[in-house]
Write a protein that binds this ligand. Structure first.
Ligand SMILES: Cc1cc2nc3c(=O)[nH]c(=O)nc-3n(C[C@H](O)[C@H](O)[C@H](O)COP(=O)(O)OP(=O)(O)OC[C@H]3O[C@@H](n4cnc5c(N)ncnc54)[C@H](O)[C@@H]3O)c2cc1C
Length: 497
């Protein structure tokens, strides 16, 4: 079948790219999505139920390989497998990061990605509840609203942060967020509004769109170094589709590199060892970055009101060292007693409880994605906490949690400490951090701008092929990664049309 554009992956970025192509051009667009073609299950639409999708049919169910830095544990890595991708199963927190993130991308040589240039793209994507402002947009496809009617677990973090001296942060999507306040979510009327809902879903009857769901792209096809299309598996058969203009890879930070590697674009030594013909020797799969999230500081409480919003409701941006310009710790409140499986064995979770989850936003550790075999399983290694600086930053975050938990607002709520059971020594805290380390589910960087794609997201040395998803971030943003991924896809749409 012949198309003008083939978009691989109808996830967060793919929905944006395909929708903008349909709206701005008269192109015929094929979208190939491995997961389900509907995103209307209550576990998807109700933001309070997002955790129920972990390990379900809507999750690729990847994991990071064990490493001594995380006490030899395998760490689950959820990825959305449904239209809307991870944007259909995520925790709906809508956060851009810090202006220095994007200025940093530009300073690395990626022209056009500084904050002032990408701000209009962020604004274009959103429908902010307060209407248009200098740094917010109105009327865009993604509704963004602050959490209202805060759950006691969310209020306790805000009140404790303020009594510790932090400023109140009414809107964390300002250029340089610092302080404590409510989350902003991509919800409306209490329902998730994913990139599928906001961008591509409304266009699904467009006659120029062919959406193949349940279809897994296996290989890219080439004429010399020009990408001509894709080979994919659908309904038990192998199909090929050609793109007269371009193929846009939007399969996310794990599967975009997987497709490139299988297609001969990657580190020559790795590919040759697997017998894959090398088309372009590029560091695909290297530079994996993710935010380590400690799960968690857990406390027993009285029975609290039912969970609401996205199970959190508030967050705190903080610097682990006063000289840092950009906050490197983002801590979220949890309305449930969340603990990693390994911590839960040591500290049985209480029937009623809450948690504090500190995440490291500017990690120095770098991981990788590699093929174990041609079109076979992957080796995904985050290398969480391999850099000592990351451990030091989280030690400071543990100290902050300890300080917060003894502020009056938490004292009123907490019946007893569960994990940890008391203040810890440095050695105990290091061991706690290694056992509490989980993923914020924010892998990025595996097809990085600069080394794998150029600043217009075209793969170096290859024609007709772009990557547009979280994998192109050269460095991870200093907050959750969804809004920046949508911004990247908006940029790709501008390059294409
Ligand atoms: C559980 C969870 C919670 C999160 N919480 C938040 C949050 O609250 N806030 C936030 O900002 N970020 C959050 N994130 C991260 C955020 O959702 C992601 O950074 C973002 O959605 C990534 O978008 P993407 O387009 O790069 O990839 P994805 O959205 O994952 O899209 C990739 C798509 O490609 C498809 N695909 C993959 N391989 C193939 C193939 N071979 N053939 C065809 N299709 C394929 C996948 O099925 C998927 O639909 C969370 C993520 C998860 C998983």
């Amino acid at each position: 079948m012949d198309y003008d554009y083939v978009v691989i992956g109808a996830g967060s970025a793919g929905c944006v790219v395909a929708a903008r192509l349909l709206a701005r051009t008269d192109a015929r667009v094929l979208v190939i999505e491995a997961g389900a073609g509907r995103a209307d299950a209550p576990t998807i639409t109700n933001p309070s139920r997002w955790v129920e999708n972990l390990g379900s049919e809507y999750d690729w169910q990847y994991s990071y390989e064990p490493s001594p830095h995380v006490a030899g544990r395998r760490i689950p890595l959820a990825r959305g497998k449904v239209v809307g991708g991870s944007g259909s199963i995520n925790a709906t927190a809508w956060v851009r990061g810090n202006r220095h993130d994007f200025d940093g991308w530009a300073a690395m040589g990626n022209e056009g990605w500084e904050y002032d240039s990408v701000l209009p793209l962020f604004k274009r994507s959103e429908d902010w509840e307060d209407g248009e402002t200098d740094h917010h947009g109105a009327g865009g496809p993604i509704p963004v609203e602050r959490v209202k009617d805060l759950h006691p677990a969310a209020s306790a973090l805000i009140d404790s942060g303020i009594s510790l001296g932090l400023p109140y942060l009414d809107d964390y999507n300002v250029p340089e967020p610092f302080g404590v306040g409510p989350l902003s979510l991509n919800v409306r009327d209490g329902m998730r509004k994913s990139p599928w809902d906001g961008y591509l879903g409304p266009l699904q009857d467009n006659p120029r769109l062919t959406l193949r769901s349940g279809a897994r792209a296996r290989l890219l096809t080439f004429a010399g170094t020009r990408c001509t299309g894709v080979e994919y598996e659908w309904q038990g058969q192998i199909h090929t589709a050609t793109a007269s203009s371009e193929v846009i890879l939007c399969a996310g930070a794990i599967d975009s590199p997987r497709l490139l590697l299988n297609s001969g674009i990657g580190p020559a030594d790795e590919l040759s060892a697997l017998g894959i013909h090398v088309l372009a020797d590029l560091p695909v799969g290297r530079n994996l970055q993710d935010h380590p999230l400690l799960g968690g500081f857990c406390f027993e409480t009285e029975e609290l009101p039912p969970v609401s919003g996205n199970l959190s409701g508030s967050s705190l941006f903080w610097r682990s060292r006063p000289e840092f310009v950009v906050p490197d710790i983002m801590l979220v409140s949890m309305q449930v007693p969340y603990l990693t499986a390994e911590l839960a064995q040591e500290y049985p979770p209480p029937a009623h409880g809450i948690a504090l989850l500190p995440g490291l936003m500017r990690p120095q550790s770098r991981g990788y994605v590699r093929l174990r075999a041609v079109d076979g399983p992957l080796e995904i290694q985050s290398n969480f906490l391999a850099a000592q600086a990351d451990v030091e930053a989280l030690l400071a975050a543990v100290e902050l949690c300890t300080e917060l938990a003894v502020e009056p607002a938490y004292r009123k709520l907490i019946r007893s400490w569960v994990a940890p059971a008391r203040r810890m020594s440095r050695d105990e805290a290091v061991s706690f951090i290694r056992t509490a380390c989980s993923s914020y589910f924010h892998p990025v960087g595996t097809c990085a701008m600069g080394t794998v794609v150029d600043s217009r997201l075209e793969v170096h040395g290859i024609d007709g092929l772009r990557v547009a998803d979280a994998s192109v971030m050269p460095t991870i943003t200093s907050a959750n990664t969804h809004a920046p991924t949508i911004m990247i896809a908006e940029a790709a749409a501008d390059f294409l049309s």
